[in-house]
Design a protein. Structure first.
Length: 535
């Protein structure tokens, strides 16, 4: 645990990618396999569910620190993170520092907490806290509360493991794809120099596109690029091997049973193929709005009624494996031709190949792109015809291989009415905001947003919130309605679950509108009209 806590400090104390990669490589080079396996699990986003209720942890920490509950809550509001607050308030350890490795803390302690008798929970937790220093307690508390996260991407973890073992990042990425079991056997398979076996269900790492910023003409001749619509669904890979079928989401979650209608059709694919594409809502022979698909997200079992209400189809983008052979290194044009042949054999309306957009020039494509929202798509995907299928968001040439040319977001001017502290390095700042729109002379909350501002703008808004606080509700402050912001979002739908009656997708702050009065902010009526105009 001590070494893992030190790794956390090293990763959390820098924004340098190189420094983080070096810290990861050093850790994986020196740690024992069982600890390395759990470190990969946590660093890649694995989270056992919360082991102890927050209320219990609060009360126990306040008792141990000898402070009243109200003072603990005030401290929590100042720090903004429960695990960190407890680590700061607990008295110094009186026992010997623990030498137990990470895997023992996790397997024998964290996973065994629920088996403790109620009267044994408090003394056991206190004894464990007493074995750790402040940084160890912080990381341990993060694991207990199920809130462990640190600023590293999965790709960076892959690079760190690769650097520590001398294997290629591609090899590590491919072996790490799929369901990771945090055990010694998994770690040994991950770093084995001779292991060439591919489990039947393992997908390939997804290749991701870069958002295009420069004028599209900078990509060169239009004839060198394939263009497709950017569908609004769930990116997925269908793996058909050894007579079995697996559907993986981009988040590397196995979702085969959640989309039985797609699995049934995909079962007609030939054995020994892997297809990349998009799960989309599908009605009356065409893609339906994402709001329809949202009804299926998160459901592990699907009733017949839900299958009829929100049917799902699949649009194929690429062929990664064909006749049992990895074809990712072949040019996109060749993979696409083979894909069309493979999918044609399925012969189903709700399972097809994403159509290419045929235009002679960039200007013609740009005009079609302007109609994206009316078509129910997010914009255009651009793929170089000679490009291989890579790993993650990488670029192996100056021009790049895949680009996403999204349409501008929808936007509306709204008023800031509530704020809450952030997390991590922003725990001392108010960075989570609630915005409202006008309705019948009153401001009605409609969306929360916490991204889009620069550090300087966050500091400016934080100062505004502190000087304009009206009331405090636990961690939330209501503020005098004075500040207008332009809020951008990707989609909009009527929703009975929201007080405003409207749900917006991926809201974020586009800019501060200090040039506007709150009377100039938009209304819920305009937002509803916008929703109706988009169908």
């Amino acid at each position: 645990m001590r070494e893992f806590a030190a790794l956390y400090r090293a990763l959390d104390s820098t924004t340098s990618i190189r420094a983080k990669r070096s810290a990861l490589a050093a850790y994986f080079a020196d740690t024992e396999p069982a600890d390395a396996a759990w470190a990969v699990y946590f660093l890649c986003g694995g989270k056992p569910r919360q082991a102890v209720p927050s209320k219990t942890l609060r009360a126990l920490a306040a008792q141990s620190a000898g402070i009243p509950d109200w003072l603990f809550e005030e401290s929590y509001q100042a720090v903004g993170d429960l695990a960190e607050t407890i680590a700061h308030l607990l008295p110094p350890a009186t026992g010997s520092a623990s030498d137990l490795p990470l895997h023992v803390w996790v397997e024998q302690r964290l996973l065994g907490i629920r088996a403790l008798a109620p009267d044994a929970l408090a003394p056991t937790l206190l004894a464990w806290w007493d074995e750790l220093d402040a940084s160890g307690r912080f990381v341990w508390n993060k694991l207990i509360t199920g809130s462990f996260r640190v600023g590293v991407s999965r790709q960076l973890v892959v690079q760190g493991v690769a650097e520590s073992t001398g294997l290629s990042a591609q090899t590590i990425a491919e072996r790490l794809t799929g369901e990771w079991q945090p055990n010694v056997e998994s770690w040994h398979r991950l770093i084995d120099r001779n292991d060439q076996d591919v489990p039947p269900g393992r997908p390939y790492p997804f290749f991701l596109a870069h958002p295009i910023a420069a004028p599209v003409e900078a990509l060169g001749a239009r004839s060198h690029w394939a263009a497709e619509w950017k569908w609004d669904g769930i990116r997925a890979q269908i793996v058909r091997r050894a007579g079995a079928l697996f559907i993986w989401s981009r988040g590397e979650e196995l979702v085969t049973e959640r989309f039985p209608e797609v699995a049934l059709i995909a079962g007609r694919l030939p054995d020994g193929c892997v297809v990349d594409g998009e799960l989309v809502a599908w009605r009356e022979g065409r893609v339906a709005p994402f709001a329809v698909l949202q009804q299926r997200i998160g459901r592990k079992t699907v009733s017949a009624a839900m299958l009829a209400k929100a049917p799902v189809g699949f649009l194929a983008y690429d062929l990664l494996e064909h006749q049992g052979l990895d074809v990712r290194a072949r040019p996109f044009a060749a993979r696409r031709a083979a894909l069309e042949t493979v999918v044609a054999a399925v012969a189903c309306d709700a399972f097809g190949v994403s159509p290419l957009i045929e235009t002679e020039s960039w200007s013609e494509l740009a005009r079609l792109r302007l109609d994206s929202r009316a078509r129910g798509v997010e914009g255009v995907m651009l793929k170089r015809l000679d490009s291989a299928y890579g790993i993650g968001r990488t670029r192996s040439s100056p021009i790049g291989e895949w680009w996403k040319w999204k349409i501008d977001p929808l936007s509306i001017d709204a008023v800031l009415i509530y704020a809450q502290r952030g997390h991590g390095r922003r725990a001392s700042l108010y960075t989570d905001y609630t915005f409202a729109l006008w309705q019948a002379g009153a401001l009605v909350p409609f969306a929360k947003a916490y991204s889009g501002l620069t550090d300087a703008e966050i500091a400016e808004v934080d100062g505004f919130i502190r000087h304009n606080t009206v009331e405090k509700f636990g961690p939330v402050r209501s503020v005098t309605p004075k500040l207008v912001c332009e809020i951008g979002f990707e989609g909009i739908a009527i929703s009975a679950r929201h007080k405003s009656g409207i749900a917006v997708r991926f809201p974020r702050i586009l800019r501060l509108r200090t040039d506007k009065r709150i009377e100039d902010a938009d209304s819920l009526k305009r937002l509803r009209e916008l929703a109706r105009s988009l169908g």
